[in-house]
Design a protein around this ligand. Structure first.
Ligand code: AMP
Ligand code: MG
Length: 204
């Protein structure tokens, strides 16, 4: 891709963000299952349609200064599959006790609502479209409005792809930009911090 095309793409991103003061970088972890190679065939304990959020991580970037000004992290107690699979615990490093002691989606949504009220005039962003879909899925189960509903969502993976050609995973992207990977991969708050690093690097 030419330098001119990249500059235009960057300008387009800056135009999209111009109306907003804050950008919430968000990453969710959810219940999941996978059958290991050494395992005999069995039904999945969690099918995709029934994935439920178990952690929400959110990092607030002040778009005027490009500084991180605050963070929100909560575990969420799943209702359909309250017991985490070994696969999920291994992938995310989230333990059963973390979710057992947590609020349910609606309760965490109330806390999140109070938190984000301190940072008005905001949009939110995540790596890919998964997180936006997952929030909708949770809202369907809980029969309540989706967390962050009404706020504009941006896909940082798409932004990045337009600037740096080949698509990469979140971790590969952080490393390919020469940034230090922060924390534990597949933990919501850490993934959100790393999405924020990419956004700061792209816009800085
Ligand atoms: P991530 O933000 O990449 O940590 O992924 C969010 C959620 O997607 C995880 O909490 C899992 O529920 C699911 N997920 C991610 N990677 C995998 C995988 N390799 N196999 C199955 N589920 C996954
Ligand atoms: Mg994650």
């Amino acid at each position: 891709m030419s330098i001119e095309a990249k500059l235009l793409h960057l300008q387009a991103i800056q135009n999209l963000l111009a109306p907003y003061r804050y950008l919430y970088c968000v990453d969710l972890e959810a219940t999941c299952d996978e059958i290991g190679e050494s395992e005999s065939p069995r039904p999945l304990a969690v099918v995709t349609d029934q994935m439920e959020t178990i952690e929400i991580g959110l990092v607030v970037i002040d778009l005027e200064t490009l500084e991180i000004v605050d963070e929100f992290q909560r575990f969420v107690r799943p209702q359909i599959n309250p017991n985490l699979t070994d696969f999920c615990k291994q992938l995310t490093s989230i333990q059963q006790t973390d979710v057992d002691g947590a609020g349910i989606y609606v309760e965490v949504g109330q806390e999140l609502g109070e938190f984000i009220a301190r940072y008005p005039n905001a949009a939110w962003a995540s790596w890919g479209d998964y997180d936006a879909r997952q929030l909708e899925r949770d809202a369907g189960f809980a029969a309540c409005p989706s967390l962050l509903s009404g706020l504009q969502h941006f896909n940082v993976r798409k932004w990045h792809k337009g600037l740096y050609d080949q698509p990469k995973s979140l971790k590969q992207t952080v490393e390919s930009l020469g940034l230090e990977w922060l924390g534990t991969h597949h933990r919501g708050i850490d993934d959100a911090r790393n999405v924020a690093s990419i956004v700061k690097e792209m816009l800085g």
